[in-house]
Design a protein around this ligand. Structure first.
Ligand code: SAM
Length: 239
């Protein structure tokens, strides 16, 4: 079981406090005792060895022993804009993108989108980011932005970024190459119904490159995870 716990405020002094689900996980699930040693992270990039000093039902107080600057992030910024699938597939997608090192997930609103998380659903996805980060050792949290229209994403994204839109290939069409040296990559992935012809035409007009994953049609979440893996591994191998 994970010995990493998330503190929802910057750790700056000699103590830290776990609250809410993290405190319950430590005291009820892990059955921690006073004096136990564990790792804390606050999303700022470092992790901290800490010792349990006081155990309450909904609050656990710890003393900080040592700060470790451990970088497990990708060496570049990778943003995945995706028209989210429904239900459990959303959580699966978020978990995998965290594990792969994605910097930011932007829920995309497109002509054929089926699910736009907001309120509690968005909070649950952000909680899934924390859980996945605890498990995979990331010390920075993948951010989940507010839902954005494809139009806004296409026009707001800086031209300095490598901008790709994933679309199943048409016969004879050339796909853009995978980026191997870019510092800022953004990829848009469509809903189960795909991007419309108008959306594809607009993306090309705005200078985005079309990218392909071969001749089979992948589900949205498979496409997002495949693209994140391909770019993350190729780019990291070349850095
Ligand atoms: N009938 C839809 C179409 O033709 O666009 C299928 C959409 S697919 C289920 C969902 C999204 O995953 C697509 O909009 C695209 O972004 C991505 N995708 C799936 N298979 C792909 C492939 N072979 N190449 C590139 N992108 C793909």
């Amino acid at each position: 079981m994970s010995r990493r716990f998330f503190v929802d405020s910057p750790i700056t002094g000699e103590t830290a406090t776990l609250i809410g689900q993290e405190a319950q996980h430590l005291s009820k699930v892990m059955r921690a005792q006073i004096g136990d040693e564990l790792l804390l992270f606050d999303g700022g990039g470092a992790e901290f060895t800490a010792i349990v000093q006081k155990l309450g039902r909904s609050e656990v107080e710890l003393s900080i022993v040592e700060r470790h600057d451990v970088d497990r992030e990708l060496s570049f910024r990778l943003v995945i804009g995706v028209a989210l699938p429904k239900g459990d597939r959303q959580r699966w997608l978020v978990e995998k993108l965290v594990e792969l090192g994605v910097t930011e997930l932007v829920p995309l609103v497109t002509a054929r989108s089926v699910a736009q998380p907001s309120g509690n659903a968005l909070d649950r996805l952000r909680r899934a980011v924390v859980e996945a980060s605890k498990q995979c050792g990331r010390n920075r949290l993948m951010s989940i932005g507010e839902a954005k229209s494809l139009d806004a994403l296409l026009s707001e994204t800086s031209k300095d970024a490598t901008r790709l839109i994933a679309h199943p290939p048409c016969l004879g069409e050339n796909a853009s190459p995978w980026p191997t040296h870019a510092h800022n990559v953004i990829v848009a992935i469509g809903p189960e119904g795909g991007f419309t012809d108008e959306e594809m035409a607009l993306s090309v007009e705005r200078g985005w490159g079309k990218t392909s994953l071969g001749s089979r049609i992948l589900r949205t979440e498979t496409a997002a995870v495949a693209i994140a893996s391909l770019i993350a591994m190729q780019r990291d191998a070349n850095s």
